[in-house]
Design a protein around this ligand. Structure first.
Ligand SMILES: NC(=O)c1ccc[n+]([C@@H]2O[C@H](COP(=O)([O-])OP(=O)(O)OC[C@H]3O[C@@H](n4cnc5c(N)ncnc54)[C@H](OP(=O)(O)O)[C@@H]3O)[C@@H](O)[C@H]2O)c1
Length: 236
């Protein structure tokens, strides 16, 4: 089995990588990093690639290193950067932060779908999985705020749904999923953990186990679904 984890240095991506490495002794695992040097060393079964997931030439270049792929799992994401956090109100909105959020949270999945579908198509049971966020659900938005993150994850969700429709015709044996990991203790959620009850702040290892169970159990009939870490469906 050939697995590609985009964002293997993310809190959740790293835990998924370790988990797949342990659970699938014959899996050949490729993972990407962007700015942070991976702490899990390459071995005969782990191969690292430096990739800017917002760059089409980088994603295209990465795809050229493969003959086939079975699972592509995108764990790249951004909620805050430098000293800029998600918007509390309209007055906090900044066009550059909005554009960056779209570029990091939505664009990579589209580039991966474009360049990896021909490789995934060769697999008997291919999966294209992206970590989204429940706050990207339009129907579930009761609190407001976080304009850029919400909108970029809503855009990502629409891309996932639309790719799944195309795959129904072109990759019939495949499954495309959006997954919500829940609030997980990683750098992404660090500044926002204060009011999270301890039993709702998950470790990356726990989340990786939950997500892997969903990925393993997914079939073509589940394609185009947005699942929570618990396995429940989330409405778009
Ligand atoms: N943590 C949570 O509570 C939570 C909740 C809901 C949804 N999610 C979603 O789950 C996913 C993973 O989140 P996380 O908490 O594990 O994040 P994280 O630990 O903050 O890691 C972010 C990852 O994104 C990568 N990245 C950022 N910009 C990139 C670029 N231009 N090209 C390539 N890689 C880039 C980083 O790579 P480098 O470090 O190598 O630069 C890193 O691997 C995200 O999509 C997030 O929105 C997380």
């Amino acid at each position: 089995m050939i697995v590609l984890i985009i964002g293997g240095t993310s809190g959740i991506g790293h835990a998924l990588l370790e988990h797949i490495h342990n659970q699938y002794p014959t899996a050949n695992i490729h993972a990407t990093y962007h700015q942070n040097i991976p702490t899990l060393h390459a071995d005969q079964r782990i191969h690292w690639h430096q990739v800017d997931a917002t760059s089409e030439s980088d994603i295209k270049g990465l795809s050229k290193k493969f003959d086939q792929a079975d699972w592509v799992i995108n764990c790249v994401g951004m909620l805050h950067q430098h000293h800029q956090g998600p918007e509390k109100s309209l007055s906090d909105f900044e066009p550059d932060f909005f554009a960056r959020s779209l570029a990091i949270n939505a664009l990579p999945t589209m580039l991966l779908a474009k360049h990896f579908t021909p490789l995934l198509k060769k697999s008997a049971n291919p999966r294209l999985v992206t970590l989204s966020a429940k706050v990207g659900s339009i129907s579930d938005n009761h609190l407001g705020g976080w304009y850029s993150y919400r909108a970029s994850k809503a855009a990502l969700n629409m891309l996932i749904k639309t790719i799944a429709i195309e795959w129904q015709r072109s990759v019939k044996q495949g499954c495309v999923l959006a997954l919500h990991p829940g609030t997980t203790d990683t750098p992404l959620s660090k500044p926002f953990q204060k009011n999270v009850p301890p039993d709702k702040l998950f470790t990356p290892t726990h989340v990786a186990q939950q997500l892997l169970r969903i990925i393993e159990g997914s079939l073509p009939i589940h394609s185009g679904t947005f699942y929570s870490y618990s396995g429940e469906k989330i409405s778009w």
